[in-house]
Design a protein around this ligand. Structure first.
Ligand code: 13P
Ligand code: SF4
Length: 366
């Protein structure tokens, strides 16, 4: 039964302990009707309430498999959109704070990608026959729909090599957006020379490239990045290795090419956790990804004598994901328990249909 929505004003000033108590009470009332999907970067006070965790790929699969009526996504906006697109029509995806966006995802938008496509058409003739558009999952639903419509696909940091194989098997070039770093590192691992990967600056005509540069490129890398992962520098790795010559370095592929090149291992959040958990006792690790994940992992593997250190001397967290705090989670769940849906993420139907096409292509390939 629906009641009047409870205002967030009643939750804003809640002490954390009270918020946790109310989260637990609301969850007990909701039972299996609500599932909490929580990304690895989520702050510890929210992470502790998870039902399921994962990287972007795993969370997409989990969202497509759950039968819960409410999918409460403690992550960022694009993740909740994917949950809405891949879940059944009667299921409801919710983001506890609508301000939890992804600053990298915001670096590409449909108007700019469509302009890029028009310019590629002018230079290459038929872009749809020569270029596969590949969007990183960190992007808005309308960009996933664009890829669905133009024979393209979605990728995540854990399946990017397979997705590029799929893409190059169909067309000779790839337009990769919005993260140039994931695109460059993946292309490099596939043997594509750096000179054949050109940065496309969406604010310049023809991406700032000459027609010849566009014709010669194999990959066009959108000029986008994650601010969190740009904090890591090769000098951090070199300094640490001097102190820890027997240690290992592991980074997320959103880091700069030079950081990935200087690392022993590169992979998604799920991969980073697995590699360190599976490593022999007593090993030392320098980790280039978000701080909440690194702090949690360091505590988890400490009993085995493993040392895990964050790569940057500067604190860098995903500040947008941080916006989901126990107060917003308590507010969301209490409203759901009272029959009021708040902060629903609902992708328009025509957009969802095309976006689903590119997401399903991805799930089939990975
Ligand atoms: P993962 O898919 O590796 O979890 O990465 C998501 C992300 O946003 C990293 O910044
Ligand atoms: Fe986006 Fe970077 Fe946050 Fe990942 S860490 S969600 S890419 S802003």
């Amino acid at each position: 039964m629906q009641t009047t929505t409870i205002s967030f004003d009643h939750f804003n000033a809640l002490k954390d302990a009270q918020a946790h108590e109310r989260i637990r009470a609301a969850r007990a009332k909701l039972g299996s009707r609500a599932v909490l999907l929580v990304h690895h970067y989520q702050r510890a006070d929210v992470y502790q309430h998870h039902d399921l965790t994962g990287d972007s790929l795993r969370l997409s699969r989990l969202a497509s498999e759950t039968d819960a009526e409410y999918i409460v996504f403690c992550g960022v906006h694009f993740m909740a959109e994917v949950a809405d697109i891949l879940s059944k029509p009667q299921q409801i995806a919710i983001l506890p704070d609508l301000a939890a966006g992804c600053s990298m995802a915001d670096m590409a938008n449909l108007a700019k990608v469509e302009r890029c496509w028009r310019e590629l058409n002018e230079v290459l003739g038929q872009a749809d026959e020569q270029v596969t558009p590949v969007t990183y999952i960190n992007s808005a639903a309308d960009l996933k729909a664009f890829c669905g419509e133009h024979g393209g696909i979605v990728c995540t940091s854990s399946n990017a090599p397979k997705i590029l194989d799929w893409s190059f098997a169909r067309r000779e070039k790839v337009l990769f957006f919005p993260d140039q770093h994931l695109g460059r590192w993946t292309g490099h691992k596939m043997g594509i020379p750096l000179e054949a990967m050109r940065v496309w600056d969406p604010d310049l005509p023809n991406g700032g490239l000459t027609p010849e540069e566009i014709r010669n490129a194999r990959m066009l890398l959108w000029k986008g990045h994650c601010a969190v992962h740009q904090m890591f520098q090769p000098t951090h790795i070199a300094n640490w290795r001097k102190q820890n010559p027997d240690g290992f370095v592991i980074s997320h592929p959103e880091s700069a090419y030079e950081v990935c090149e200087a690392s022993d291992y590169v992979g998604s959040t799920e991969y980073i956790i697995k590699v360190i958990k599976d490593a022999p006792a007593g090993t030392k690790w320098l980790v280039g990804t978000e701080l909440n994940l690194v702090n949690r992992l360091a505590e988890e593997v400490k009993p085995e004598g493993k040392q895990v250190q964050f790569m940057s001397p500067i604190v860098c967290m995903c500040s947008t994901m941080q916006r989901i705090d126990p107060q917003h989670l308590a507010w969301t769940l209490e409203n759901l328990a009272e029959g009021n849906v708040v902060n629903r993420i609902s992708v328009p139907e025509h957009e969802a249909r095309l976006a689903k096409l590119s997401l399903e292509r991805m799930l089939a390939v990975s």
